[in-house]
Design a protein around this ligand. Structure first.
Ligand SMILES: Cc1cc2nc3c(=O)[nH]c(=O)nc-3n(C[C@H](O)[C@H](O)[C@H](O)COP(=O)(O)OP(=O)(O)OC[C@H]3O[C@@H](n4cnc5c(N)ncnc54)[C@H](O)[C@@H]3O)c2cc1C
Length: 364
């Protein structure tokens, strides 16, 4: 385990180090599950292909994508995109039983595929779907799974070193799957960077047949009802995020965050205590137990910058922190800091940006 405030050192496990068992040697290649739902691929799949590429290059093996869906469910497009985001091989499982996500059909497809082709590493996004699938695949295969990994590396003996926060985010621990294969990990959206797309890049498609009948599946999908109650916050993929913390003093003052976000065309969010107090909904919480964000600009007002918040925002290109305390931890990692009262600075920023944007509109 390492101090979470310091960068994690290269993974090592001197005491446990040993030669890989002979039967592990048949397990090869790095796999990424491409999460295709209702014709759309979750972008975390491309982020994982970017990260998987580094692991596959270190292991000198292929990077493979697993694409599953109904015949008309976008599998062909997802296959093309998988190659363009770096996959060398796509395992394609197309079956009407895979039209809606059901744990039984997806677990069966994935576990049969793993048993036939034996990947060394299997990565999934830590989304609702990915978490559900990863748990049952790991349990069925009787292998290890490191959930919500924040860093992945390959050790000298080809083991996957999956690092994640522990003890409430105050420490980082590196977890190995020593005795089983494949080595599985999930990673939350936006923790890894989006790789560059190479249009026209292609690879090999390996079709795989799902050995399952509808009568084998207990779960039936009667209807798909989108969650209309959800505010549908798109924090993880927003270019600009404005957030507030307890330093704002009251829920009424939180409107200052929303007003600035509106002028900037940004998403808004907050620290965990604001969710606990009911100032914002949980889908707008930023941090270790909330969303990980990678915006071009992150404006944090009245947020101290506790480690659990920091891990969710340090991928931002630019961080502007507004805080009354010049010694607040957030000012140690923010690119720009304003020491002052956020309830005064936020409206001043909103006014200045609104005027500037209006002037720009007039000029064009
Ligand atoms: C297991 C676990 C998971 C957690 N997960 C998360 C998570 O996902 N996200 C998260 O955010 N937290 C998380 N936390 C909580 C985290 O440890 C902190 O308690 C929390 O981030 C603090 O929120 P805050 O910065 O809003 O409040 P505070 O720490 O109280 O900071 C308020 C800040 O506002 C400043 N301030 C005061 N008045 C003003 C003003 N008028 N203008 C400007 N600045 C002002 C203060 O100087 C201070 O720096 C987690 C904790 C645990 C144990």
């Amino acid at each position: 385990m390492t101090d979470a405030k310091k960068p994690a050192p290269q993974a090592s496990r001197a005491s446990a180090k040993k030669e890989l068992p002979e039967h592990f040697k048949s397990y090869k290649h790095v796999w990424v599950f491409v999460e295709l739902e209702r014709g759309q691929v979750h972008p975390v799949s491309w982020e994982l292909l970017g990260e998987g590429r580094k692991l596959a290059d270190k292991l000198e093996v292929d990077l493979c994508a697993v694409v599953m869906g109904a015949p008309d469910g976008g599998v062909a497009l997802a296959t093309r995109d998988s190659f363009e985001y770096g996959a060398d091989v796509v395992y394609s499982v197309t079956d009407p039983l895979l039209s809606d996500y059901r744990n039984e059909s997806f677990t069966k497809a994935m576990t049969d595929l793993v048993n036939s082709h034996q990947p060394e590493v299997l990565l999934l996004g830590a989304t609702n779907l990915g978490r559900d699938l990863a748990g049952s695949v790991a349990t069925t295969l009787r292998t290890g799974l490191t959930a919500d990994s924040t860093e992945l590396a390959i050790d000298d003996d080809r083991s996957l070193a999956a690092t994640r926060p522990t003890f409430g985010g105050t420490l980082l621990c590196t977890i190995y799957t020593l005795n089983f294969r494949p080595q599985m990990a999930t990673v939350r959206p936006r923790v890894m960077a989006m790789p560059e797309r190479v249009p026209g890049r292609t690879g090999k498609v390996v079709p795989f047949k799902l050995a399952l009948e509808e009568t084998d599946i207990i779960t039936k999908v009667l209807e798909f009802i989108p969650d209309a109650a959800s505010e549908d916050a798109h924090l993880a993929y927003a270019d600009i995020v404005v957030a507030g913390g307890l330093g704002l003093g009251s829920p009424a003052n939180f409107r200052l965050v929303k007003e600035l976000a509106e002028v900037l065309g940004a998403e808004y969010g907050g620290s965990r205590p604001l969710v606990q107090k009911g100032w914002i909904t949980s889908d707008r919480q930023i941090g270790q137990t909330g969303k990980t964000i990678r915006p071009k600009l992150y404006i944090a007002a009245g947020i101290s910058g506790a480690i659990q918040h920091r891990v969710g925002v340090e991928g931002a290109d630019r961080i502007l922190a507004i805080n009354t305390d010049p010694n607040a931890p957030i000012l140690e990692f923010a690119h720009h800091g304003i020491v002052g009262d956020a309830t005064k600075i936020l409206p001043a920023l909103t006014k200045a940006f609104a005027e500037r944007l209006a002037a720009r509109r007039m000029a064009s």
